[in-house]
Design a protein around this ligand. Structure first.
Ligand SMILES: Nc1ncnc2c1ncn2[C@@H]1O[C@H](COP(=O)(O)OP(=O)(O)OP(=O)(O)O)[C@@H](O)[C@H]1O
Length: 655
């Protein structure tokens, strides 16, 4: 039972008593009761302190009620006393006015003698006094009863109050205890909250500090990264320079003249007896990398036909199964050298129909050296531009040497006549992409002089010289702003031929004589370069190649070999020219102090050198991969009349 209920239970008899005792409070008490009920009806207050307050209200209300009862009781007593007073007053007046017996007695008495009157009066008086005494006794008894009842009620109420107070006291103590506990808990919580806030503030301060530190560290690490990057770039540049030097040393060791051989594959369906037996590939005599070519040569001797085995050693022999890609892999170093500022000349030499044009220009299925060179150049240039190390620019010139005349194939023929120029006047076209270069070369190659001969349907009757001028500008490091310019001449020579065997007459005969003479002069130049003697640049061809065919330049002679037995004597002559060039190479190496080519590094170069940019296949980034051949005229020069646009693709032609 809670305090409120307990109190109510104790208050019930009191209310009943109050009802009995006081009529004056009848209205007042229910009104208070109503208020009390309203308070009781209101929702219980929250929390222990409210509960205590409510109980204290109850107590004070009970006390108030008690006081009201006491007041009412004393009011009643006053009323009674007032009533007694009034009764006494009325009794004295009525004794005089209202008692007829007394009046009669008095009247009679007035007529009677004085003794009789006074006796009657005394009797009346006594009667009244007795009645009065009775009434007073009655009233006093009533007052005493009421006082006793009030005292009893008061006693009961005091007892009830004491009980309630005693009950409330323990409850209040309990509640006080709870309040204390709550307060302590609230204090603890407040302390905790304050501590938490303090910690939060500290954490925020630490975070702000950390943020600041992080920002500083970030900036520092950015700066460190930048300097590391710069250092790295510098190291890369230095390393690249070191590799370039190593690479150049390796190229120098390989010699300024290099000679390789390629055997053209026999077409399908040709009888084996029509073909030369070159035997299985063999190692050459100089290093294990060298290749040896054996040829069973038959010649007329004094006593009849003599068969002998002729052996030729080359830096590399490409067999009939090797595609143009294998050839290009071997010569990519030279292309790289030209991009590093060297002067390089690479020519395909061989009899007509031996595969020179196929090797240089190739086909869509088997792109030749020229399109692969272009692909590599622009690949390397693109990488260098992307890394910000170098900027390359490439210019292109295309001329043909036909019977000692120079024709500029970048210039459109007028009325079927090609532009005959002095070599120094040949146009140069700036090209900005592999596609633009291939497009330009494709157009120029259409103007080349070709003809159908007994040996070749599309025999080149002129020497085609594709000249690349590559300028490399250093963009950073100590050499920033410095430029180097290299040249690369890719030459598709006209085929050497025995004019009689080629069935030549007239123009073809003259062409053949001129071609053979040019090739002979070329051989002399190479021999002289190897031997260190005066170099006879006596033909238009060697004059045109002079820049890249001189001491300090690098020359690669690709000796092309026909697989046919019918070409055997020409093949032997070609191979002899190749052997001559090899001897010149050896002579030049000996003059430079290298004992033998054995001192040259193996074909698989050192790691530093092999890390140089590799040739990139052009098929992926180029719309075209080969350079179309010109349509051959029946005999004389092609009479193509297509005019070259001055700005074909992204190329610009200048003189
Ligand atoms: N490696 C090869 N693979 C496949 N076919 C080849 C190869 N070499 C040459 N040929 C083919 O042999 C023929 C003659 O080749 P090409 O025209 O290249 O000879 P050439 O030496 O340039 O002759 P010329 O000196 O008369 O111009 C062509 O039909 C060519 O496609």
């Amino acid at each position: 039972m809670d305090l409120r209920t307990q109190y109510k239970a104790q208050a019930q008899p009191k209310k009943a008593m109050e009802g009995n005792i006081s009529t004056a409070n009848e209205k007042h008490v229910p009104q208070q009761q109503q208020q009390q009920n309203q308070r009781n009806a209101s929702p219980p207050p929250n929390g222990n302190s409210q509960k205590v307050e409510s109980k204290l209200d109850h107590v004070s209300q009970a006390l108030q009620n008690l006081m009201d009862v006491v007041k009412a009781t004393s009011g009643k007593v006053d009323n009674i006393q007032t009533l007694v007073g009034s009764l006494e007053a009325s009794s004295s007046s009525s004794s005089r006015q209202q008692n007829p017996a007394a009046v009669a007695a008095a009247t009679a008495d007035s007529a009677q003698p004085r003794t009789a009157t006074s006796a009657a009066e005394d009797a009346a008086k006594k009667y009244i006094e007795e009645r009065l005494q009775e009434k007073i006794a009655e009233l006093e008894a009533e007052v005493r009863a009421q006082q006793a009842a009030a005292a009893e009620t008061k006693k009961k109420q005091e007892t009830a109050v004491r009980d309630v107070q005693a009950g409330l006291g323990s409850e209040v103590d309990q509640l006080k205890g709870q309040v204390e506990q709550e307060r302590a808990r609230a204090d603890a919580m407040a302390a905790e909250r304050a501590e938490a806030l303090k910690r939060r503030d500290q954490a925020v301060a630490r975070l702000e500090h950390a943020d600041l530190r992080w920002e500083t560290q970030f900036e520092e690490s950015q700066a460190a990264r930048d300097s590391i990057e710069a250092l790295l770039k510098e190291t890369i540049d230095r390393e690249q320079e070191r590799r370039r030097q190593l690479f150049e040393q390796v190229q120098d060791l390989k010699g300024s003249i290099r000679v390789m051989c390629r055997i053209r594959p026999a077409p399908a369906g040709v009888e084996p007896e029509q073909l030369v037996d070159f035997g299985p590939p063999e190692r050459g005599q100089f290093t294990e990398e060298w290749g040896r070519l054996n040829l069973q040569a038959t010649r007329k001797g004094a006593t009849g036909l003599v068969t002998e085995t002729k052996t030729f050693d080359f830096e590399r022999v490409f067999g009939q199964g090797d595609a143009n890609g294998a050839v290009f892999e071997e010569i990519a170093d030279l292309v790289q050298s030209s991009m590093e500022g060297k002067k390089v000349c690479l020519f395909a030499y061989g009899q007509t129909g031996s595969g020179k044009t196929h090797t240089m220009l190739g086909s869509d299925a088997d792109p030749g050296i020229v399109p692969q060179t272009i692909g590599m150049m622009f690949g390397v240039a693109g990488d260098a531009a992307a890394s910000g190390s170098h900027l390359y620019s490439v210019a292109l010139s295309v001329v043909e040497i036909y019977q000692d005349s120079v024709h500029d194939l970048l210039v459109e023929p007028v009325d079927g006549k090609k532009a005959r120029v002095r070599l120094s006047e040949a146009a140069w076209a700036e090209v900005e992409s592999a596609d633009a270069a291939l497009e330009l070369l494709g157009q120029a190659a259409q103007h080349r002089t070709v003809a159908s001969t007994n040996a070749n349907d599309q025999s080149s009757r002129s020497h085609l010289i594709l000249a690349f001028r590559i300028t490399k500008e250093h963009l950073r490091g100590q050499r920033a702003g410095q430029r180097t310019t290299g040249t690369l001449n890719l030459v598709d020579l006209a085929g050497s031929e025995r004019t009689a065997a080629a069935g030549a007459t007239g123009t073809q005969m003259r062409e053949g004589v001129s071609i053979n003479s040019d090739l002979m002069n070329l051989n002399l130049v190479i021999t002289a370069l190897g031997n260190g003697t005066r170099v006879p640049y006596d033909s238009a061809l060697t004059k045109a190649l002079k820049d890249s065919l001189s001491r300090g330049s690098r020359t690669l002679m690709l000796v092309m070999v026909s697989p046919f037995k019918k070409d055997q004597s020409q093949t032997v002559q070609t191979l002899d020219k190749g052997a001559e060039a090899t001897r010149a190479k050896l002579a030049s190496l000996n003059r430079r102090g290298s004992s033998t080519p054995a001192a040259t590094p193996a074909r698989k170069p050192a790691a530093a050198v092999s890390a140089l940019p590799k040739p990139k296949p052009i098929a992926g980034n180029s719309a075209r991969t080969s350079i179309p051949r010109p349509a051959s005229s029946s005999s004389k020069a092609s009479t193509t009349t297509r005019r070259l646009s001055a700005s074909s693709g992204s190329s610009r032609i200048t003189r």
